[in-house]
Design a protein around this ligand. Structure first.
Ligand SMILES: [Zn+2]
Ligand SMILES: [Zn+2]
Length: 126
């Protein structure tokens, strides 16, 4: 069970079940929206409950991005026809017990940082 919220607390969420594929995305869209790279885990929609108003923005037809309309926290990523929702790891409350499994879209990462450590890196996403 995971609990989280946006910065102002208007949006809260609970995710049941096991977190899948905690990953950091370095694509330019996630960097623009978050201000750096963005890390998320995947949760089946049936295991996710959200309270509060979420505003969605589709940067491409492939996916939409959910954020709090009050404080702007980037909370969710939802692929078109995807049964899962990506949930921002940074929005989770308390210790998560999670470890990043991979970095994706590293070909698009900013030039002002390096990715250190042994976590696998993927140029795009597989
Ligand atoms: Zn908020
Ligand atoms: Zn991304």
């Amino acid at each position: 069970m995971y609990q989280g919220s946006c910065l102002c607390g208007s949006v809260t969420f609970t995710a049941r079940g096991a977190a899948r594929d905690p990953a950091a995305c370095h694509c330019s869209q996630c960097r623009k929206q978050s201000g750096h790279f963005w890390a998320a885990m995947q949760v089946p929609d049936a295991d996710l409950s959200v309270t509060g108003e979420v505003r969605w923005y589709a940067a491409t037809p492939a996916a939409r991005r959910g954020f709090c309309p009050t404080c702007g926290s980037f909370l969710f990523w939802k692929g078109h026809d995807d049964p899962d929702t990506g949930i921002a790891l940074g929005a989770l409350d308390g210790p998560t017990g999670l470890t990043l499994a991979r970095h994706i879209f590293v070909a698009d990462k900013g030039d002002y940082y390096e990715i250190h450590g042994g976590v696998p890196q993927e140029e795009q996403e597989t």
